[in-house]
Design a protein around this ligand. Sequence first.
Ligand code: FDA
Length: 300
Amino acid sequence: MLKNIFLKLSENRVLNVAAKRYGLKMGAQHVVAGTTIEETIESIKKLNALGISCTVDNLGEFVFEKAEAVEAKNQIIEVIEAIDTHQVDAHISLKPTQLGLDIDYDFTLDNLKEIVGIAHKYGTFINIDMESTKHLQPSFDILDELSKEFDNVGTVIQAYFYRASEDIQKYKNFRLRIVKGAYKEPEEYAYQTTEEIDQNYMELIEYHLLNGKFTSIATHDHHVINHMKQFINDNNIPNDKFEFQMLYGFRTDMQQQLANEGYNFCTYVPFGKDWYGYFMRRLAERPANMNLVVKQVFNK
Ligand code: FDA
């Protein structure tokens, strides 16, 4: 019930525009690293000092004007340059809609080609985040095109989709992040129960780990993490073939613990003014995250 309310709110364009104007509010500053590149680089340096690498996401959704997509592209290029200038341990995560997927496919592909080309020169990996069903196939098509020219690009497999087991076979030679899936998807396309999603999630991770390609296990779920640690041990999966990932600001003790145990750990670091949709999806995933909001309201 609460999940659906927050997912509905995450799609509200008016609130999204208002949020951009008023800065990080409602507790969002605990889960968003900053609004500028400078602030974000400082956050990355702190995580790197703890033995944690980062994937940086310049937040942006509801892009329906080409100028906005071009601005987003330029900002992402600035982040790639800042990663190199400051020699921090980080790569990029980006969303195709931010680069124009709701406007024009070819325009988006050109934006992606420019970004991935520049990142290639710097030796920086680009992860294409996956969004809702509508954007799924075009995002894979973009990946197909990019991989004809570049090897520094990978994507995300969302375990709630029935098609995920076919997608993971098709993309088995790519570096993949595997997640449960964050958007509201109909029964027509996606598993609805926690049990089904968790089951598929673990099977997909195991499949990709056994394939020997790099796997990012992106979850805050300690049941999954413990299961995967055992699986990795039992199957002698080399340490340099996988990492755990969590979102900035969530389960920070566990993030540090996994890094201390010697696992590669990567924190997903979102930044920017367009924090609203991202923050609402986090509230939908775990209404306990409402604590962030409540604390903010009462600590004024
Ligand atoms: P889930 O929400 O299923 O929780 C399972 C259990 O874990 C809970 O019952 C609780 O016991 C424990 N738990 C979870 N969070 C906790 C917390 N904060 N504190 C204490 N206990 C907690 N999605 C997408 O569609 N496209 C994408 O590109 C990405 N990218 C992405 C990157 C990274 C790094 C992460 C971590 C996640 C994503 N996601 C995503 C989001 C993903 O699909 C999913 O919605 C969320 O990670 C929530 O699912 P979890 O597996 O984390 O735990």
